[in-house]
Every structure is written in C-alpha cells, then in structure tokens.
Ligand binder design. Structure first.
Ligand SMILES: [Zn+2]
Length: 102
C-alpha cells in the first residue's frame, strides 16, 4: 500500500457522536463516542455495551450483567449505515428489539 507524505501528516480528527442505548432494561445509558476510532457499527455497539458492562460490574449488578451478556449480540443500530454516522451529527440509538437491522 502506498502512502503519500501528505497522508501521513493528516491530523487525526475526532468525530464525536452521542450514542444512546434504547431498550427496556438499559435504556437511556448514553456516551459521547469518538466514532472515527472504529470501522464498523458493530464496533461502536461493542464499545458502548462494554462501557455499560463496566458500570454494572462496578456496582455488583449481577442479574443485569447476566442479562446483558445473554442479549448483547442482538443490539444494533438500524436505519443508518456507518458512513452516515460518520458524516451526520445527531443522536444514534442502539436497540435490542426484534426489529430488522437494515
Ligand atoms: Zn431495532
């Protein structure tokens, strides 16, 4: 892969987006996340679920930890693809309902 000198000198740009969990148990948990640090929507979702899990562990919320671990693979951000999230500054919801991930 070739890189020009110019591309090496490009400064890293943070792209901060408000990511909020939307589900019956953890709804409202929100973080400002630098989405430019990730390459896919799944990585963003993993990041916020990990942040949530850390808080649950800190507070000994064992039943909730178990619930999160059982359901974490169904969390998704629908309606928007990763490129849209990078270029549009708005709040994005991570949901775990049985809806179609588009
Ligand atoms: Zn959904």
């Amino acid at each position: 892969m070739e890189h020009s000198i110019e591309s090496y000198m490009l400064p890293y740009v943070k792209i901060t987006r408000k990511i909020t969990i939307s589900c019956d148990t953890f709804g409202g948990f929100t973080r400002q996340i630098d989405v430019n640090a990730f390459n896919t929507k799944d990585e963003i979702i993993k990041h916020i679920l990990d942040a949530l899990r850390i808080k649950l562990v800190e507070n000994d919320l064992h039943v909730l930890i178990e619930k999160l671990d059982k359901t974490r693979e169904i969390y998704h951000i629908h309606d928007y693809n990763f490129d849209y999230i990078l270029t549009n500054d708005q709040e994005y919801y991570v949901c775990n309902h049985n809806c179609q991930d588009t």
